[in-house]
Design a protein around this ligand. Structure first.
Ligand code: PLP
Length: 391
């Protein structure tokens, strides 16, 4: 059959079938054709269906509904990254003259956004220790519009005083924004605990395979949801269909992955705490965790997949450890199917002074581990063997 050249760009009808695919189709279309102007007009008027991919597309919607289920949210929004989820919240909800109070150990780029970028737009910001409610209360100002916290801090695994912070936010009329990336809805559900807005880096545990960069945001109040969605669409923070498709595929195994990684992390924490050359291990369900009682109460009895530990030696020991544990990816991310090891002093916290790092408890021998789903015994033997080379 000869196809006239001009017909190549005409749409070929999608083959129909009474039986339907069991897998979500990938829909990369940037634009959607309407039957006539009346239909298009009606569609814009009630914001139904799809018109242009930056405004929304099926793969983002399917993924959002699944994360909504986990978070007990309605109408969550997918964004192009975790940082764009946080940016959309700030851009959609804040005005010049507002004040934002943040936890002092938020994700590095969130800290940068608060300390360097928001002030350029006339928004005041300050930081306080979220494990210390008196410090949080003292940092509230008359114009505090928003309080931003992570339940478990990175990389020191400290647990914020969430019930007291939620009560404080309600008392002073501030929006409580919870970045639930570390904890995930498997350990903590912010909307059941007084949050107004929940954000995620879907890139991490939810998608779980280090192959898609995405974010998620949900707001309890539909008016806030609209404002955040408008910021997402207008500032162009929106996600790619392919990333959404990959993330939905990853999300199918999220609960299994989380439970497996957590079981391994629990064993690894104990094994490392007995290993020579290891000064301390930080893991929420261990009785020696600095916020142990709070962690047990808040996190549904769960420890999660993240743990940190400190070697007795300094940078030299850290170099030797990563070289000896060469099968474990030394990479500054978390939530991958494979275990990753990160060294905050040379990556996420390299911008701080050594004194600033020590004040947070981050020495040159400090490592954070994102435990994956590989065989627990294999991982534990690799890590303890690497520690044993140090002595
Ligand atoms: C990674 C991360 C982010 C940023 O997410 P990206 O998808 O990398 O933009 C925000 N918050 C926390 C807690 C994170 O771990």
């Amino acid at each position: 059959m000869t196809i006239p050249p001009k017909s190549l760009v005409r749409r070929t009808p999608w083959p129909t079938s009474v039986s339907l695919p069991v897998v979500t189709p990938l829909q990369p279309s940037v634009v959607y054709a309407s039957p006539d102007p009346d239909a298009l007009d009606a569609q814009y008027a009630d914001a139904s269906g799809f018109t242009y991919a930056r405004e929304g597309h099926p793969n983002a919607q399917v993924l959002a509904r699944k994360i909504d289920m986990l978070e007990g949210a309605t109408d969550g929004i997918i964004t192009g990254s975790g940082m764009s989820a946080i940016s959309a919240v700030f851009l959609g909800c804040l005005n010049a003259g507002d004040h934002v109070l943040g936890g002092d150990q938020l994700y590095g780029r969130t800290l940068r956004l608060m300390t360097q970028d928001l002030p350029r737009f006339g928004i005041e910001t300050s930081l306080a220790d979220p494990t210390d409610i008196a410090a949080m209360r003292a940092a509230v100002r008359p114009n505090t519009k928003m309080i931003v916290v992570e339940v478990v801090s990175n990389p020191t695994i400290r647990v914020a005083d969430m019930p007291a912070i939620a009560a404080l936010a309600a008392e002073v009329g501030a929006l409580l924004v919870v970045d639930n990336t570390f904890t995930t809805p498997r350990s903590y559900r912010p909307f059941d605990n007084g949050a107004d807005i929940v954000v995620h880096s879907v890139t991490k545990l939810l998608a779980g395979h280090s192959d898609a960069t995405l974010g998620y945001v949900a707001a309890a109040d539909p008016a806030l949801r609209t404002a955040i969605n408008d910021a997402n669409v207008t500032w162009g923070l929106t996600p790619s269909p392919f990333d959404c498709w990959l993330a939905e595929r990853g999300l199918h195994s999220f609960e299994l992955r989380f439970d497996k990684a957590e079981a391994t992390a629990t064993k690894l924490a104990d094994a490392l705490s007995n290993a020579p050359g290891v000064k301390r291990v930080i893991y929420p369900t261990r009785p020696d965790h600095p916020d142990h009682n709070r962690a047990v109460g808040l996190l549904n009895g769960r420890g999660g997949n993240m743990l940190s530990f400190e070697l007795t030696g300094g940078r030299e020991a850290a170099n030797a450890f990563t070289r000896a544990a060469s099968e474990i990816a030394f990479a500054p991310t978390l939530g991958d199917v494979g275990t990753t090891l990160s060294h905050p002093a040379s990556s996420s916290h390299r911008g701080l002074t050594p004194e600033g790092r020590i004040a947070l408890g981050i020495s040159e021998g400090f490592f954070r581990v994102s435990v994956g789903i590989e065989d627990a015994d294999l991982l534990i033997s690799e890590m303890t063997a690497a520690a044993a080379t140090l002595t």
